[in-house]
Ligand binder design. Sequence first.
Ligand code: HEC
Ligand code: HEC
Length: 195
Amino acid sequence: MRQAVAFILGGLMLAGGFSLSAVAGDPAAGRKIANMCRTCHGIDGYAAVPIAPHIGGEPQAYLEAQLMAYKTGAREHEMMSVVTASLSAQQISDVAAWYAAHEAIATLPAGIDPANAPQGCVSCHGADGISLLLDAPNLAGETNIYIDTQLKAFKRGKRYHVIMTAVAANLSDEEIRALANWYAAVELEIKPPAQ
Ligand code: HEC
Ligand code: HEC
């Protein structure tokens, strides 16, 4: 039941999300800005350090919303708050467009049955961690440290989102670890856009 309600909320958020991006992003301009990001996220969005998430092939609306959240302080992180402070709304749209122009391809480990994927997550994040919503992130192949940290951030109120705060509130640390392990085990490949 709770999941059904959350799913309806997700649909509403999605509908609202379209009106948020007033300026269209330019991926070519974004590629230049991505030089500021590459030491941590790679130029193609495949993360180079374990604490940073893979962002290549994520939905544009999600990337843009997170960058704006760091910029306004709604989401806090010592590195990302500094990075986004220097970016204009246009530059945020552009760099989001660059990373969103990539394609994320997920493969479950051999012998793993997608039917065993965490039931409370698949309606939005998919069994393989490729998001089914424009305002939700891919989880495929993120490190378990990253997923663990984010779920605990929602649970403890350091990060807020109407759906995820409710989802994480009921998870024990052991459950969080198991969920993180499921999505971290997925193999992720990121393909750059055709030039
Ligand atoms: C010094 C390393 C570093 C640099 C440089 C950096 N990031 Fe990050 N980024 C991180 C870390 C670490 C996180 C996870 C932060 C958290 O826990 O909230 C993150 C999170 C993000 C997220 C949130 C992703 C999600 O799945 O929620 C986005 C989007 C992002 N970065 C984009 C960028 C862009 C675009 C740039 C360049 C303009 C950039 N980052 C530069 C380290 C970095
Ligand atoms: C109804 C849809 C929905 C369901 C169900 C759901 N999520 Fe989410 N999830 C979202 C959305 C939307 C976001 C983006 C939150 C934000 O904007 O901060 C998100 C964000 C996340 C993040 C942050 C990832 C990042 O890159 O920063 C993690 C981790 C996550 N979800 C894990 C889970 C897990 C594990 C489950 C199952 C127990 C789950 N979610 C269930 C919609 C959902």
